[in-house]
Design a protein around this ligand. Structure first.
Ligand SMILES: Cc1ncc(COP(=O)(O)O)c(C=O)c1O
Length: 377
C-alpha cells in the first residue's frame, strides 16, 4: 500500500466538500477536519496549562521545520512572519540601494509585493517593470531590463491572476549573471506542486499557509538563502530578531546570521497551529501526484469552459493550478455561484477557479453547468 493518500482519500479529509464545491484555494484553502481541530487545540492548551509558552514555541518551530522541508531548505534559512508583504519588506529593507538601485518586477506580481518594491523609492530604489505579454511573461522581458544597476529581481513562481507558471529558473540565471538577487513569491505554488529552492536557485522565497497549504491567514515564511550577505540590518525588528531572544537585554541590538534576523515580535501562534494542521495533510501526499491530478483537471476545465463560449484568460500549456475566465462583473458571478454552494475567487476582471488535490471531476461538472445556467438566466 502506498504511503501517500490518493486524491479520494485526501478529499475525505474535508467533510465540508460533501455539500460545497471549493474552487477558491488560490484565495483560501478548504476547511479540513484537521484544521477545524487545530483551532480548538490552542484553546485546550490554555485550558490545561494557562500560558503554555514553551509548547507554543515548539509549535512555531515545528511549522518552521516543516516549511523548510517542503521547499528543500534548512530551518535556519526560514523566518516566521505574519504575511508575504512583511516578508518582502524585510528582504528589501536589508538591501542597500545606493550603488545598485534597481528592482525589477512585473505586472503579474501580487500587487502587495509590488507595492513594497515601489515603497523602496523613498530609500533610493528605482523600480523597472519587465513587460508582460498580456497573460504571461517571458524570461526575455526580464533580460531586457536586468543590468548591473539592478540589486533585486522579483518574480512570482505562479501568478495569482491566472495560474501561469513563470520562468523563474531562467530569470534567476539572468539575474545572477548580473550580480542581482532574486525574490520569488511562491504563494500560489506551495502545497499544489513540488517547490525546491535549490532547484530554483533563488535567494529569497516567500509563501504563507492559508491557500494551498491548507492553514489560515496570519503566518508567512521568508526563506533567505544560507550565506547571503545582508547589505543592511532589516528595518523591522523585535525580540525574536535577536541572537538570543531570551537574553532580555534592552541595550543589545544584535542580529543572528540566519533568517531569524528578519523576525520581529511574538510569533503568530494560532496561525502556526493552523499551518501545522495543513502540513499534516500536505506531508501525506506526493506533490508530483498532486500536480499531475491538478493539471489534468485544469486542462479539462479550461477546455470545457472555452467550449461553452467562456473567455479563458489562462495561457495555453501553463502548469499552474488555476483557470481564470474574463467577466464584466466577476463579483456578481461569484455571488450567483455561491448561492449554489460553489466557492470561487473573483479578482479584477477575472473569475478564478482553482483546483487542489481534493477537487475532482464532479466539481468541474458542477461549475461548468452552473456558469452556463448563470449565462442563460
Ligand atoms: C501571489 C500572492 N502573494 C501574496 C499574497 C498575499 O500577500 P500578503 O500575505 O501580504 O497578504 C497573495 C494572496 O493573497 C498572493 O496570491
Amino acid at each position: 500500500m502506498s504511503q501517500y493518500l490518493d486524491a479520494a482519500q485526501f478529499r475525505a479529509e474535508f467533510p465540508a466538500l460533501t455539500d460545497t464545491v471549493h474552487l477558491a484555494s488560490c484565495s483560501q484553502g478548504a476547511l479540513s477536519s484537521r484544521l477545524a481541530y487545530s483551532m480548538q487545540e490552542i484553546g485546550f492548551s490554555m485550558r490545561d496549562r494557562g500560558a503554555p509558552w514553551s509548547l507554543w514555541m515548539a509549535e512555531v518551530e515545528w511549522a518552521r521545520e516543516r516549511f523548510a522541508r517542503l521547499i528543500g531548505a534548512s530551518p535556519h534559512e526560514v523566518a516566521i512572519l505574519s504575511c508575504a508583504s512583511e516578508a518582502a519588506f524585510q528582504a528589501a529593507s536589508s538591501l542597500d540601494w545606493s550603488d545598485r538601485p534597481g528592482i525589477v518586477t512585473n505586472d503579474l506580481e501580487f500587487p502587495s509585493i509590488a507595492h513594497v518594491w515601489l515603497a523602496q523609492a523613498r530609500r533610493g530604489a528605482r523600480v523597472r517593470v519587465a513587460a508582460d505579454t498580456g497573460e504571461n511573461v517571458e524570461a526575455e522581458a526580464y533580460a531586457n531590463v536586468i543590468d548591473e544597476s539592478v540589486n533585486l529581481v522579483s518574480i512570482p513562481l505562479v501568478t495569482y491572476r491566472n495560474g501561469a507558471r513563470l520562468p523563474v529558473e531562467e530569470v534567476v540565471r539572468l539575474a545572477h549573471e548580473s550580480g542581482a538577487r532574486v525574490f520569488v513569491d511562491a504563494y500560489q505554488a506551495t502545497g499544489v506542486m513540488p517547490v525546491n529552492v535549490r532547484e530554483l536557485g533563488c535567494d529569497y522565497l516567500t509563501s504563507g499557509s492559508l491557500k494551498y497549504l491548507l492553514g489560515l491567514p496570519g503566518i508567512a515564511f521568508l526563506y533567505a538563502r544560507d550565506g547571503l550577505v545582508h547589505q543592511r540590518d532589516p528595518e523591522l525588528t523585535g525580540w525574536f530578531g535577536r541572537t538570543n531572544p531570551f537574553a532580555f537585554d534592552p541595550r543589545l541590538l544584535d542580529f543572528p546570521d540566519d533568517a531569524r534576523r528578519f523576525e520581529t515580535g511574538t510569533p503568530p501562534i494560532p496561525s502556526a497551529y493552523a499551518a501545522n494542521a495543513g502540513f499534516d495533510l500536505i506531508e501525506r501526499v506526493d506533490l508530483n501526484a498532486v500536480q499531475t491530478h491538478v493539471s489534468a483537471l485544469v486542462e479539462e476545465l479550461a477546455e470545457r469552459l472555452a467550449a461553452a463560449g467562456e473567455r479563458v484568460a489562462s495561457p495555453a500549456g501553463f502548469l499552474g493550478p488555476q483557470v481564470a475566465i474574463e467577466d464584466a462583473d466577476p463579483n456578481a458571478l461569484a455571488e450567483r455561484l455561491a448561492e449554489r454552494r460553489i466557492v470561487t475567487a473573483p479578482r479584477g476582471n477575472l473569475l478564478r477557479l482553482s483546483l487542489h488535490y481534493y477537487n475532482d471531476r464532479s466539481d468541474i461538472n458542477a461549475v461548468v453547468e452552473a456558469i452556463s445556467a448563470c449565462r442563460k438566466a
